[in-house]
Design a protein around this ligand. Structure first.
Ligand SMILES: [Zn+2]
Length: 242
């Protein structure tokens, strides 16, 4: 049940989704991997919109070169743990939600522990092995998932709904590339607002799912400021989902 202050806080959203939608968002349990460029807009939007439980993983330290795009961090916070700073900011934004921060990298060894009791997995990291791991876990568990990747001026967001037989990340990319083959923000650079736009888009997709029970397995791409939505097919030879 939502209290009086929550109803006031979410009133504009409730106008669109009704109380039932907002209550379903309050019951949501979302795992976010990464509080970097994408997480900097994703986490605050999930928190502000009223996602009831957010668990996020981040073990990096804030560096000066992060500040132009990872906008939840300030100059005075360089050298501090990103997770600690992000945790404080998003819990301060919304006292009606619960947030847990885990200072670890998402890996095969710890994944089962961290996805336990969650109902939505989101990869917003720059770690390609984490994307394949999230995809495989979503296929196995049936959990919904969003996996994102980003380059200089392009990005992609895959929405997976395995219970509806949607394609997985391996249907598109098959297997992780050799280390160093895929360009990252650290190696190739990125235009500062792009990760923020992507994080906001992911937050919109997730929030909309809980509010309106609508989710479509799609690949969203953005390139040179143009969004495209692709309905992709399952790869019948996919080693993970077929
Ligand atoms: Zn697949």
């Amino acid at each position: 049940m939502l209290g009086k202050s929550e109803i006031e806080r979410y009133s504009r959203q409730i106008m669109v989704s009704g109380l039932k939608g907002q209550e379903s968002l309050k019951k949501a349990k979302v795992l976010v991997i990464g509080a970097g460029g994408i997480g900097s807009s994703l986490l605050p939007y999930l928190a502000a919109a009223g996602v009831g439980y957010i668990r996020f993983l981040e073990d990096d330290v804030i560096e000066t070169s992060n500040l132009s795009r990872q906008i939840i961090y300030n100059e005075s916070e360089v050298g501090l743990l990103k997770g600690a700073v992000a945790y404080n900011k998003i819990t301060e934004m919304n006292p009606y939600i619960q947030v847990d921060w885990i200072s670890e990298k998402f890996s095969q060894q710890n994944a089962a522990l961290f996805i336990k009791d969650m109902d939505f997995l989101i990869d917003g990291s720059d770690d390609v092995t984490s994307k394949f791991l999230v995809s495989d876990l979503a296929v196995k568990s049936g959990m919904k998932a969003i996996i994102s990747g980003i380059g200089v001026s392009q990005g992609h967001i895959l929405v997976m709904n395995p219970q509806n037989g949607s394609p997985c990340y391996r249907c598109i990319f098959e297997k992780p590339p050799e280390i160093g083959v895929i360009p990252t923000c650290a190696t190739e650079g990125v235009i500062s607002p792009l990760p923020g736009v992507m994080g906001a888009m992911i937050a919109y997709l997730v929030t909309n799912f809980y509010l309106r029970e609508e989710i479509s397995a799609r690949l969203y791409t953005i390139e040179n400021m143009v969004w495209r939505t692709l309905k992709i097919q399952k790869n019948v030879e996919c080693i993970a989902c077929s």
